[in-house]
Design a protein around this ligand. Structure first.
Ligand code: PBG
Ligand code: ZN
Length: 334
């Protein structure tokens, strides 16, 4: 009369395969589902008109003049594009990167055109940094000894942020890893009445080897030194958390971890630690590895992309900046 559960045939071991038997059941138990509104597409804007050419190391990604950006967006919005972030390539570069706050530069021009055309249908972020605008390629002004002059550079970053906000950017995203940048930019924005423009800070940005193709995209090459004096050393794990806390203290509305795939532990820690939205940047090198690997026939590109991005979301990212956005949308991968 007594049934011994432990010896009953059905309960000797648990059959996990029941959760996986078919697509319906797998879908039912999926805990992380990627969707179109998780994605932010980076766009590289040049000056002039009717310019559009592909970046060699990033197949499928183009430098475009503002008019071509509009054509490009018109198409992608029909496929469900919701968020973009803009990077600029100026006509000329100088020691202090002053083209970054030229109100008729490529980025402000593009923002005005985008807002005219699409209004609030597109959420527009503008990356704020000097590296695309300085002749030496560093993210700020440099002193005699070749080091970043942090505090002098803050003024330029703040001016740039205000110019982008004036043009209509919804959010500004300071990526230069300068100390005090969030406070400086928040103060400048508020002084100009831009209380509703958000700050997405690239808080945990590591000195990474994965930025190679991007530097080609914005035509930056460092004339001297490297970015290790301001970007985070990847051998640390509490410093990035310190940077995140500090940026929030200074007024960041959202924070970013960058790159994404090799820093999932940081994303996950940040998610436990803070209550602001967390962004992750699936950077150019991560994109290039997938693209070239798929071109060689090593992977099914769709499946690889969805696995990578789902992993980033599973780690805790609320929003993902990724160059794969256009393929995902156009080919209906989601
Ligand atoms: C620089 C900046 C970088 C990226 C965005 N802004 C990298 C760098 O050169 O330090 C990288 C983006 C990518 O690799 O996709 N402020
Ligand atoms: Zn920079």
């Amino acid at each position: 009369m007594k049934t011994d559960i432990n010896t009953s045939k059905n309960f000797i071991f648990k059959r996990f395969h029941r959760y996986r038997r078919n697509q319906k059941v797998r879908d039912a138990f999926a805990e992380i589902t990627l969707s179109k509104d998780d994605l932010i597409l980076p766009i590289f804007v040049t000056s002039g008109s009717n310019v559009s050419f592909e970046i060699k190391q990033m197949p499928g990604i183009y430098q475009m003049s503002p008019d071509r950006v509009i054509d490009y967006l018109n198409e992608l919005i029909d496929y469900g594009l919701m968020h973009i972030i803009l990077f600029g390539i100026p006509d000329s570069k100088d020691e202090i990167g002053k083209e970054s706050y030229n109100a008729s530069g490529p980025v402000p021009t593009a923002i005005r055109a985008i807002k005219d055309q699409f209004g609030s249908d597109l959420l527009v972020y503008a990356d704020v940094c000097l590296c695309g605008y300085t002749s030496h390629g560093h993210c700020g002004i440099v002193t005699q000894d070749g080091l970043l002059d942090n505090d002098a550079s803050l003024v330029h970053h703040s001016k740039t942020a205000v110019v982008y906000a004036n043009a209509g950017a919804d959010w500004v995203a300071p990526s230069g890893m300068l100390d005090g940048r969030v406070y400086a930019i928040r103060t400048a924005l508020d002084d100009h009445g831009h209380h509703n423009v958000g700050i997405l800070s690239y808080s945990a940005k590591f000195a990474s080897n994965y930025y190679g193709p991007f530097r080609q995209a914005v035509e930056t090459s460092l004339l001297f030194g490297d970015r290790k004096t301001y970007q985070i050393d990847y051998r640390t794990k509490r410093q990035p958390l310190g940077e995140i806390n500090e940026d929030i203290r200074q007024g960041a509305d959202a924070i970013m971890v960058k790159p994404a795939l090799t820093y999932l532990d940081i994303i996950s820690k940040a998610k436990e630690m803070v209550d602001v939205p967390i962004y992750a940047y699936n950077v150019s090198g991560e994109y290039a590895l997938v693209k070239f690997g798929a071109k060689k026939g090593n992977f099914d590109e769709r499946n690889l992309v969805l696995e990578n991005l789902t992993a980033i979301k599973r780690a805790g990212a609320n929003q993902i900046l990724t160059y794969h956005t256009q393929d995902i949308l156009k080919m209906g991968w989601l």
